[in-house]
Design a protein around this ligand. Sequence first.
Ligand code: NAD
Ligand code: DAU
Length: 332
Amino acid sequence: MRILVTGGAGFIGSNFVHYIYRERPDWHITVFDKLTYAGNRENIAGLDENRVAFIQGDICDEAAIDAAVADVDVVVHFAAESHNDNSLHSPRPFVDTNIVGTYQILEAVRKHGKRLHHISTDEVYGDLELDDPAKFTPDRPYNPSSPYSSTKAGSDLLVRAWARSFKVAVTISNCSNNYGPYQHVEKFIPRQITEILEGRKPKLYGSGENVRDWIHAEDHSSGILAILEKGTLGETYLVGSNGEKNNKEVVELILELLGKDPHDYDHVNDRPGHDLRYAIDASKLITELGWQPKYTDFREGLKATIDWYVANEAWWKPQKQATEEKYKELGR
Ligand code: NAD
Ligand code: DAU
């Protein structure tokens, strides 16, 4: 099996590359990544070059993506602009990569008759009230809020249209908030860990009541592998591991695990249009494909993630100052 992993030098893509490298030693992996500010070759360093190839390229580049797709059996498409705050400040790259880039991949898989697994997000469904008993299910109507989530929703709709109109072989997964190693310090959990490690206070948007449904990136990877091997073409699967926590709880737990006063954080300006709550019903993946998450204890998974950032300062330090300068401009 030869797979092309777009965005494989980013956070979840690189976790997936490590997971497949370990779990499927007979598969060949080609990573296709533009290496934007969010991509880092260090994330996939040290892997056997006979088993993992790297192409630096832009998924919007028709010729480059066509040549890469021609060479493989399956494309697993992670590449995206992924940060909501950036999309509120500068939406254009989100339209280019998430929509036009996905279009180029669809055209290439259509031309070469290859399978595509498209990686998407629970944010396409919009948000839930705190007391809503319903969770997101695959048939829920789309209702995205931000430039990021609307471009991801647009990319999903293109994938569905190419499947129906051109019979392209696709599967889609929409996952909840991931945490784990190699996550960029712009994101909530790594930002708070590294703020504390640099001697500053964590920064909570608004009241901190917003709820996210946390899943370890390795569990996301095992969900994708289950879909690749056992999923039904044309179907959408939701990936989540019952990890609902509000942001205040998460910040307080990070402070506690780092031996600090759990209440020693700042409230900063809220994100415009901030989604209140996400929650995934993953029963289709569990019952139809037999998937089970491994990291069911959030405290343990978070502790391991904190330990990784403590041990890998050389990995995150170079990104930290520029990230905080961007946040200063946003007043957050
Ligand atoms: P990330 O920002 O850490 O990584 C994105 C990667 O894509 C980077 O390596 C970047 O260099 C690459 N990339 C960006 N634009 C590109 C382009 N035009 N051409 C080629 N490569 C390009 O993102 P992430 O958090 O790892 O998210 C990966 C995917 O998973 C995204 O599609 C995202 O929507 C989805 N997702 C993320 C989460 C989450 O919690 N982070 C949850 C559900 C779904
Ligand atoms: O739900 C899946 C999505 O999860 C993915 O599609 C996105 O790619 C990914 O970035 C993530 O989106 P969020 O906007 O939920 O993640 P973020 O890490 O930016 O923020 C998580 C929550 O924490 C959110 O409610 C905003 C809040 N927050 C964030 C930062 C950076 C803070 O309170 N303080 C912060 O400093």
